[in-house]
Design a binder for this molecule. Structure first.
Ligand SMILES: C[S@@+](CC[C@H](N)C(=O)[O-])C[C@H]1O[C@@H](n2cnc3c(N)ncnc32)[C@H](O)[C@@H]1O
Length: 205
């Protein structure tokens, strides 16, 4: 009974959410698109002809938003545990970014060419155990940063979703050793009740 009421509340909130409605109207697969669009409007991370790696890409709304900016000569390399429908100029790999064999596949696709931007919207399935969830997202953040260090061009940019909690300050500190500027951002389109924040690393040193 209680569970049904919670589910009904979620559906009600979801349907009345202005970003859900906007996404349906504008053809984005998820309201998440607007987090990237909002961040990009302020920090100008995505440019025409860019090569971009999109980690945790499904269902694909960030790839859709990127694809409309980079144009025909740009390229997106996307990866997710879940399947994802095709997006223009996007090569998709289904698998776990933490799995070395999957990472090898991604690196092979990059053909030794560095990229302009690495973005990660990866998050663990929220278990409700805050300590566990926090440790898992920081683990994903660290792997993404390692990847960005290896593959970004000098002055390349990095955007990563994280949660505020244990390991957050330490991770920001590590990012400050890699980028000229590090920004902590909670986009307006991110739900208040969500623990998520985004970290933006500008201009890889
Ligand atoms: C919030 S969703 C991403 C939404 C996406 N940015 C969009 O706009 O459509 C987070 C995604 O991260 C993926 N993910 C979580 N852990 C992952 C991992 N280890 N490897 C690959 N994908 C992962 C999940 O499967 C999920 O689809």
């Amino acid at each position: 009974m209680k569970k049904t009421r919670t589910k009904n509340n979620w559906i009600k909130e979801h349907l009345s959410d202005k970003y859900v409605q906007k996404a349906q109207h504008e053809g984005y697969r998820s309201r998440a698109a607007y987090k990237l669009i909002e961040i990009n409007a302020k920090y100008n991370l995505v440019k025409k002809n860019n090569r971009i790696v999109d980690l945790g890409s499904a269902p694909g709304s960030w790839s859709q938003a990127l694809s409309s900016i980079i144009g025909e000569s740009g390229e997106i390399f996307a990866i997710d545990l879940l399947p994802m429908e095709g997006v223009k100029n996007t090569t998709f790999i289904q698998g776990d970014f933490q799995d070395n064999a999957i990472l090898d596949q991604l690196e092979l696709l990059l053909k030794n060419q560095p990229v302009d931007l690495v973005i990660s919207d990866m998050a663990p399935n929220i278990s409700g155990n805050k300590t566990r969830d926090q440790a898992l997202i920081i683990g994903l953040n660290e792997l993404s940063l390692e990847f960005a260090k290896d593959w970004l061009k000098p002055k390349g940019n990095f955007l990563v979703k994280t949660f505020m909690g244990s390991g957050f300050e330490e991770f920001v500190k590590t990012m400050k050793n890699v980028f000229k500027r590090v920004i902590i951002k909670k986009p307006e389109s991110s739900r208040d009740r969500s623990a998520e924040f985004f970290l933006i690393g500008l201009e890889k040193l």
